[in-house]
Ligand binder design. Structure first.
Ligand code: SF4
Length: 562
C-alpha cells in the first residue's frame, strides 16, 4: 500500500459522500431510525462506494470539504493536503500527519429532519446518520492511534456537540471548529499543530442563541470560533474557488439570505453573491470531473443580487442561468432552495428560467422550499417576509399564495420539496389544521389536467432542553400527528408516481430502487397511520379536512385562465 506524507487529511461524513442512488429524497434516508430500516435495505439504497482516485483520495467530495481544501492550498503545497476516501485512510494518516479535519452535517442525529423521525417513533437517538458517524470515527481513531495527528471537526453540524456536550468524550476530538473559516483555516491549522492558538484571532468557545434568538458566546476550551475582534465572516474575495469536483456537482452561488425568518440562522449572515465568472469557474471544475449538472447552493435563489427589497432581480437571474447553461459541458441544472412567493407572483420569470434550463416532463427543476405552515397567523409571526413582495391579506391568504406558486411551478416543470413545521412557538391546534388543509388541497389540485408536483416533509421543533434531558418519547399531539399523516399520505402518492421515473442506474437497480421507494412510501404511510391511530388522531377527518371546495378551486382556475 502506498503511503503519503500528508500534513493535512480531510474527510467527510459518509452520508454526504455516497450517492444514495441519485434519487433526490433518498439523501434524507440516513435520518431514519436505525432499527426501522433493515441494514440490508439501507446499504442497497445507499448505493456503491464512492469513486476513488489511484492514490486513495476521493474523486468527489462534499462542497464544504472542497472549500477547505482550496483554502489550504492557498498557503500549502498540494502534497501536504489530501481529501481521503474513507476506505483508504491509512494511505494518508501517517506519523507525519498533523491534522485530520472532518466536516459534518448531522453527526449525533439531532438535526431537524432526523428529529422529525425521533418525534414520531420516540426511543433512543439511533438514526442511520449517527450510526454512520460512529462507524467513521471508529475507523479514523483506529488509524490515528499512536500517532500525533490532531482530530479537528467542523461543518454545519457542530452545534450538536454544544447540546450533547457530555457525549463527545468517546470521539477523542482535539477541537471542534464553528463557523465559516475560508480565510483563516491555514492559520488555524498551523496554530493547532503548534499548540499555540492566537486568542485575538480565534475565540475559544462557541456562539449560540438565547431564547430571543440573540447571539451568546460561551467559553469552552474544546471549541474554536472566529475571534470576537475579527470580522464575523469571510468576504467574497476571501472565499476561494474549489479546485477539484464536488459531490453531485454542487457549486455555491451566494451566502446568506436576508429574508429574516425568526427561526433561521442563515439570515444573520451577510449576503455575498458570487459573480458569474466565479460560478462558471467552479462549474468547469465539476464538468471536467464528469458532472454535467451543476447543483446551485443557495438558501434563497430569488434573492440573488436583488436590488429592491424582496423583489427578484430578473435580469441577474436570467443572466445567471444563461451563464450556467452556456457553460461548455452543462446539460441541466437546478438551485437548492427558493421561496414559493416568487413563482406565485412572477410566473413569467419562472417560465423564462424554465426555458433557459430546458425544463420539461423529463427534466423537472427540483427546489427545496421551507413553506413551514398553512396558517396565516404563524406565517405572519415567524416569517413575515417570506411571501414578499406579496402580502398576506392584500394578496390573498398564505395558503392561496402557496397554491398559486405550486400552480405555476407545476405548469413550468418545477417540483418543490416542501418542509412543514410542527411545534413552532405560539402554535395552536387551529394552525396545524390549516397546514393539513393546505396539504390536502395542494395534493388534489391540477394544472392543465396534470396533478400538482411537490413533496412535503414534516419537521418538528424540539426544544433543545428536551434533547438534553433525552426525554424523547412521543412529543406530538394528535393534530401535529395529523400534519404528519397528511404529509406522508401525499408522499406515498408521489412515491408511486415518481419512484421509478426518478431513479437512475442500470435497469435492475432502477427496478430495485423504484420498488423500494414506492413500497417504502406506502409502508411509511401505514406506520404513520398506526402511530396516529394509537394516539387518537381522527384519520377520516384529516383525510377530508379542507377538501370541501377543492374541485371548485380547480374549476374556477381552469375557467379564469382559459
Ligand atoms: S427564507 Fe429560508 S434561508 Fe431565508 S431566512 Fe427564511 S428560512 Fe432562512
Amino acid at each position: 500500500m502506498s503511503r503519503y506524507m500528508t500534513k493535512y487529511v480531510l474527510i467527510s461524513d459518509s452520508t454526504l459522500s455516497y450517492s444514495y442512488r441519485d434519487f433526490p429524497l433518498l439523501d434524507f434516508l440516513p435520518c431514519a431510525p436505525g432499527d426501522k430500516i433493515p441494514a440490508r435495505v439501507y446499504k442497497f439504497l445507499k448505493g456503491p462506494a464512492p469513486d476513488v482516485l489511484s492514490n486513495g483520495e476521493a474523486k468527489y467530495a462534499p462542497y464544504a470539504i472542497r472549500k477547505i481544501e482550496a483554502s489550504l492550498l492557498r498557503d500549502n503545497p498540494r502534497k501536504d493536503i489530501a481529501v481521503a476516501h474513507e476506505d483508504y485512510l491509512a494511505n494518508f494518516i501517517t506519523d507525519d500527519t498533523e491534522i485530520i479535519g472532518i466536516s459534518t452535517m448531522d453527526p449525533l442525529g439531532i438535526g431537524p429532519t432526523t428529529m422529525s423521525y425521533v418525534a414520531l417513533f420516540g426511543g433512543d437517538l439511533d438514526s442511520w446518520v449517527r450510526r454512520e458517524w460512529d462507524a467513521l470515527l471508529e475507523k479514523v481513531n483506529k488509524v490515528r492511534h499512536g500517532k500525533k495527528a490532531k482530530l479537528v471537526v467542523g461543518g454545519p453540524g457542530v452545534w450538536e456537540f454544544t447540546i450533547l456536550r457530555e457525549e463527545i468524550e468517546k470521539y477523542h476530538f482535539d477541537y471542534i471548529v464553528q463557523g465559516e473559516m475560508d480565510d483563516t483555516i491555514s492559520e488555524l491549522f498551523r496554530e493547532i499543530s503548534e499548540g499555540n492558538i492566537d486568542k485575538k484571532m480565534f475565540y475559544q468557545g462557541y456562539m449560540t442563541y438565547d431564547d430571543k434568538f440573540r447571539k451568546v458566546l460561551k467559553n469552552d476550551d474544546l471549541f474554536i470560533a472566529r475571534g470576537v475582534s475579527e470580522r464575523a465572516y469571510p468576504s467574497l474575495e476571501e472565499i476561494p474557488d474549489i479546485v477539484r469536483p464536488s459531490m453531485k456537482g454542487m457549486v455555491e452561488i451566494m451566502r446568506g439570505c436576508g429574508v429574516g425568518c425568526d427561526f433561521c440562522e442563515v439570515t444573520l449572515r451577510p449576503l455575498r453573491y458570487y459573480p458569474l465568472d466565479k460560478i462558471k469557474r467552479e462549474i468547469e471544475v465539476n464538468v471536467a470531473g464528469g458532472n454535467d449538472h451543476p447543483w446551485l447552493q443557495t438558501d434563497e435563489i430569488f434573492e440573488y443580487k436583488h436590488e429592491k427589497m424582496f423583489t427578484p432581480n430578473q435580469d441577474a437571474l436570467t443572466d445567471l442561468f444563461k451563464t450556467i447553461m452556456n457553460t461548455k459541458g452543462v446539460t441541466t441544472t437546478n438551485p437548492t432552495h427558493g421561496r414559493i412567493s416568487i413563482p406565485a407572483a412572477f410566473p413569467d420569470l419562472i417560465k423564462k428560467l424554465s426555458d433557459i434550463m430546458k425544463a420539461g416532463p423529463n427534466n423537472w427543476i427540483g427546489i427545496q422550499t421551507g413553506v413551514e405552515t398553512g396558517s396565516d397567523s404563524l406565517a405572519l409571526k415567524h416569517m413575515p417576509n417570506k411571501t414578499m413582495p406579496l402580502k398576506i391579506g392584500a394578496d390573498g391568504s398564505f395558503q392561496e399564495i402557496v397554491w398559486e406558486g405550486v400552480y405555476n411551478e407545476t405548469k413550468y416543470y418545477w417540483r418543490s420539496a416542501f418542509t412543514i413545521q410542527v411545534g413552532q412557538e405560539q402554535e395552536t391546534e387551529e394552525d396545524n389544521w390549516d397546514s393539513i388543509a393546505m396539504i390536502n388541497r395542494l395534493s388534489n389540485s391540477y394544472v392543465n389536467g396534470r396533478p400538482f408536483e411537490f413533496t412535503v416533509t414534516p419537521l418538528v421543533n424540539v426544544p433543545l432542553g428536551r434533547i438534553k434531558s433525552r426525554n424523547l418519547n412521543m412529543m406530538l399531539d394528535p393534530v401535529q400527528l395529523g400534519v404528519y399523516y397528511a404529509s406522508y399520505r401525499h408522499l406515498a402518492k408521489m412515491s408511486i408516481r415518481d419512484g421509478f421515473r426518478n431513479t437512475s442506474g442500470n435497469p435492475f437497480t432502477k427496478v430495485g430502487t423504484g420498488s423500494i421507494i414506492s413500497l417504502g412510501g406506502e409502508l411509511m404511510l401505514r406506520v404513520v397511520e398506526k402511530v396516529a391511530k394509537r394516539n387518537g388522531v381522527d384519520i377520516e377527518k384529516v383525510k377530508k379536512y379542507g377538501m370541501e371546495n377543492v374541485s371548485e378551486i380547480n374549476t374556477l382556475n381552469t375557467m379564469s385562465r382559459a
